[in-house]
Design a protein around this ligand. Sequence first.
Ligand code: KG4
Ligand code: ZN
Length: 341
Amino acid sequence: MKILGIETSCDETGASVVEDGNKILSNVISTSLELHAKTGGIIPEVASRQQIKFILPVIEKALQNAKIKMDEIDGIAVTYGPGLIGPLLIGVETAKTLSYVFKKRLIPVNHLIGHIYANWLEQEKEIKFPSLALIVSGGHTDLVLLKNHNKLEWLGGTRDDAAGEAFDKIGRLLGLPYPAGPKIEELGKLGNPKKFNFPKPMIGSGDFDFSFSGLKTAAAREIQNIEELNENVIADVCASLQQTIVDILVRKTVKASQKFHVKSILLSGGVAANQKLRDELSLEIENCSPRVEAGKLKIDLFAPPKKFCTDNAAMIAAAGYYNNDDVSWHNLTANPQLYFD
Ligand code: KG4
Ligand code: ZN
């Protein structure tokens, strides 16, 4: 089954054709990130205008690259939330129009569930249920239990800022370009992760919630007190900040994996591109997960290739394939506040 995925929830305009939720026939992304880097964050109106400019050429290119015509598509999967209302509307209304004109099934996809399904793209290994997904992006930090496809249970999430937001906001204080996550990872490699002792709010709380806003306040205070913010000090702040965020994410994820006896963990979202998070989670799972037989781990850790961690349409097509409840175009509306049911 060939699904056309469309993603326009924020600053990326994506279209992709994916076969059977796994094989990527094309994946086209156009981004307005450079424009937002200039302003240090996303201006919704600017993002919307760029979406309008890119949406049709991006879809056309995705079909061309997949060497397929609209007639041969089995369904259209589109992100309908959460996200920015302007950009979301452009993807949703385009998908509705295509569905009406070409008489194609229309599958609404929650952007966050889309991030989780990046793990199925080009994946040869079987992902076993129950599975635990950690979604860490610029807007969200959530732990979700997947009992099966279409059977999701939200376990907890951030009460304030998202993990990616903490990277971006503190990066801004350090004068780093938006989005700061990748740069903080790069600079952090040269710094001392123990130099600054940032707070780890809620790390020991009994639930699966997170809180990252206090981290920004603490970092702002530390940065103000630094006499000379030179390269070495910036590297130390980056390394310490990254370590703090990774420690919090790893602790809660491992705790949830034990409580729900999961067979796999799925990392997803932009922050999942962070190598330190991947390495430390993998190490901790190895140390904590019970072994079935010598050398064989009970819990498999999956993390999508880095290019599929950030927003893209292939993950939306994959999610549409596995969670394929279609709707009539009359009944689909963009929902910027969409969360988990
Ligand atoms: O999933 P995504 O592309 O967009 C949202 O839906 O938010 O995530 C973007 C976020 C940004 O906050 C960015 O700083 C962060 O992911 N990010 C990273 C890394 N790459 C992207 N954070 C830490 N380390 C990285 N390597
Ligand atoms: Zn995203």
